[in-house]
Design a protein around this ligand. Structure first.
Ligand SMILES: Cc1cc2nc3c(=O)[nH]c(=O)nc-3n(C[C@H](O)[C@H](O)[C@H](O)COP(=O)(O)OP(=O)(O)OC[C@H]3O[C@@H](n4cnc5c(N)ncnc54)[C@H](O)[C@@H]3O)c2cc1C
Length: 625
């Protein structure tokens, strides 16, 4: 069968749709202006079907343009893409002719070589375009997504969006509530913490109440305008990026009140814009000996924490946000209806766990406007630090320490690169040996039990080559030691001036962690990338903070991430232990969970958000209509 390469300018593809009639159109390749070649495994791989309308390719923002190739090479059987197609690509020029099987294979080889780079990069850039992708019926077999039902979200036009903004301004006349300031709308769709290109929203609205959110949702629905919630903005996978058509960003920072503290019940009711640090500070100031143990980035707030299904250093002792820490949530659904998922009792077996539906949903199913959380008693803790000859020995030591059952609240691995970064950052009071290091936070009922735990840990780590075991002598020293661990992310950023990070995480069964960390470190070192590793290793969860300063490094870093993810999934792990899916991990969901499970998520999404307005393009490959 002869294969034709067609060339099309990106500009001609923007805002066009085209049709394939079989699965021959399997890849696209582009050439960047500077000669950097990418296979743009756009959508055809996602939709290997006999007949599919490929997504409209949205016009990229200014920030995205620098990553895009100037033209495409589309490999396809002549029947697949034709100017007579029902959805012709406007201006598509057919410039090349049929090729031999040799050139087909050389193309394929090149495609394979660059596949990882291109799929990750273009997937990230065009991820939002899956909004327009073919949709499947839930009765599809678990191994493949059916494309029987093809529906497309129809968002409003630019004029509709303008009308929506005017209505928002009339509804919220206070000039601080609705912002179209270009800097504001861009900053709400961009983050220095991650590598995804920024995508501006059209407007940012700052609601103060559930009723305000209902009004915003109704206006968004009337004008078919996407909605993305914005909380502490510490996401690492592009979760609050704008949508290509523009949309409304709901900044929850004004909904930041603690409403009730029920000390006797160990719970607290608050609005979603309250930070976990603020909650713990408030409890401490009020002399209430309770705390909330889910601890992601210090500026994260509850709405974002629930939505990303986060956890943190305390997860080894207290579990994650997918445990029972969120007793109930009040949510504004895409229909504008307000629901509360559960009452305040500790336990309930009344029906489905609808609170969990919103944990990890990344704002795709509703906007959370109130939360009830569980609290837990503050217990005495102290900190111990120990170094190792290599990461494998350190992670093996963790596995054995955890099996002793001593009181460990946290156990964190910082590799030699991170220890160097902390020294380099200059905020630590000490100069650390540049060695793979474990930071333990020990927990007990009193000083004696802490000392007993420390003794057990010291013995175990010694068997694995641990050396220079230090136990904090007092609370201040413990705080200082832990502070060095908590500064890891920013120490890492400072390591390579002018760099940006891919802060990626994976998680595996704890016994597989030594192999995973060891192999990933080898990979990073072979490819010459600067990438400190930090891990909540007691949970089998670790992060690589891969620094890049240019596109070539970014592309290489994405290859490492892709290999890391495949390795983790092959070990029965996950593509993300705590950072969530956002734009960056969605291409791995089917591999990890199976098409049937992803399809179930899409079915829920379609049922709740039939217009596909809520944070489109995140979590699943399409907004899931
Ligand atoms: C330095 C640093 C350290 C980190 N450490 C950890 C860690 O140890 N563990 C960990 O799990 N993560 C960690 N993270 C990631 C991040 O802190 C978490 O993912 C956190 O949960 C994000 O919360 P946020 O308030 O910043 O949410 P945002 O980033 O603002 O939003 C997250 C998502 O939630 C949605 N959303 C926000 N508010 C609402 C709402 N009210 N209703 C519905 N949807 C909403 C947004 O649309 C978005 O999709 C770290 C990040 C950084 C920068």
């Amino acid at each position: 069968m002869s294969v034709t390469y067609h060339r099309a300018s990106w500009n001609n593809l923007f805002n066009s749709s085209f049709e394939v009639s079989n699965n021959e159109c399997s890849c696209l390749s582009g050439r960047h202006l500077d000669g950097f070649t990418l296979p743009c495994h756009i959508v055809a791989f996602q939709h290997k079907s006999r007949h599919a309308v490929l997504p409209r390719v949205p016009r990229p923002s200014f920030m995205q343009r620098k990553f895009l190739p100037s033209s495409l090479f589309i490999r396809a059987h002549p029947r697949v893409i034709s100017p007579n197609s029902r959805y012709p690509v406007k201006g598509l020029r057919f410039v090349s002719s049929s090729t031999s099987s040799n050139s087909k294979s050389s193309f394929s080889a090149r495609t394979t070589t660059f596949f990882a780079l291109g799929s990750a990069l273009i997937g990230g850039l065009l991820g939002f375009s899956f909004a327009y992708g073919p949709q499947s019926s839930v009765s599809a077999p678990p191994t493949s997504l059916s494309t029987k039902t093809v529906t497309k979200p129809r968002y409003g036009s630019a004029e509709d969006f303008q009308k929506a903004i005017e209505e928002l301004k009339r509804t919220f006349p206070d000039e601080d509530t609705v912002s179209t300031n270009p800097e504001d709308v861009y900053n709400h769709g961009f983050s220095v913490n991650d590598y995804h290109p920024g995508i501006s929203h059209s407007v940012v609205v700052y609601p103060s109440s559930t009723e305000d959110v209902v009004k915003i949702v109704k206006i968004a629905t009337k004008y078919r305008m996407p909605i993305t919630a914005y909380a502490g903005a510490t996401s690492l996978e592009g979760q609050f990026r704008g949508y290509s058509t523009g949309g409304i960003c709901i900044d929850m920072s004004q909904m930041n009140r603690i409403l009730e503290i029920n000390e006797a019940d160990s719970d607290l009711v608050c609005q979603p814009g309250v930070g976990w640090v603020e909650i713990n500070d408030t409890l401490r100031e009020k002399g209430i000996p309770l705390f909330f143990p889910i601890d992601p980035a210090p500026s994260a707030t509850l709405g974002g924490m629930i939505s990303n299904g986060c956890s943190g250093t305390n997860a080894v002792r207290y579990g994650t946000s997918k445990g029972e820490w969120f007793l109930n949530v009040t949510v504004v659904l895409p229909s504008g209806e307000v629901i509360k998922t559960r009452r305040r009792s500790r336990k309930s077996s009344a029906g489905f766990d609808t609170t969990k539906l919103f944990i990890g949903a990344e704002g795709t199913l509703g906007i959370i406007t109130e939360v009830t959380i569980r609290l837990t008693p503050v217990l005495p803790t102290t900190v111990a630090v120990v170094h190792f000859p290599d990461v494998r020995k350190a992670t093996e030591a963790v596995r054995d320490v955890m099996n002793t059952g001593v009181g460990i609240q946290c156990v964190e691995l910082l590799d030699d690169v991170f220890m160097h970064a902390i020294n380099n950052f200059g905020q630590s009071g000490r100069t650390w040996p540049i060695k793979d290091t474990l930071f333990f936070k020990l927990q007990g009922h009193n000083h004696a039990s802490l000392l007993e735990s420390a003794k057990v840990v010291k013995e175990v780590v010694k068997k694995h080559g641990g050396f220079d075991f230090q136990l904090a002598r007092n609370e201040k020293e413990a705080d200082d030691l832990w502070h060095d661990r908590k500064n890891a992310h920013y120490s890492g950023l400072a390591l390579v001036p002018g760099s940006r990070p891919i802060a990626t995480d994976v998680c595996v069964p704890v016994s597989r962690l030594p192999d995973l960390v060891y192999e990933t470190k080898q990979d990073l070192s072979t490819l010459g990338l600067v990438a400190p590793i930090v891990g909540h290793v007691g949970d089998g969860n670790f992060h690589a903070q891969i620094m890049f300063t240019n596109e070539a490094e970014l592309a290489t870093a994405k290859v490492v991430v892709e290999r890391m993810v495949h390795r983790a999934i092959a070990m029965d792990g996950t593509c993300t232990g705590e950072h969530g899916v956002g734009l960056g991990k969605k291409q791995y969901l089917v591999e990890e969970l199976g098409a049937g499970t992803v399809e179930l998520m899409k079915t829920v999404k379609r049922a709740l958000d039939p217009l596909g307005l809520f944070n489109p393009g995140k979590v699943m490959c399409s907004p899931g209509r």
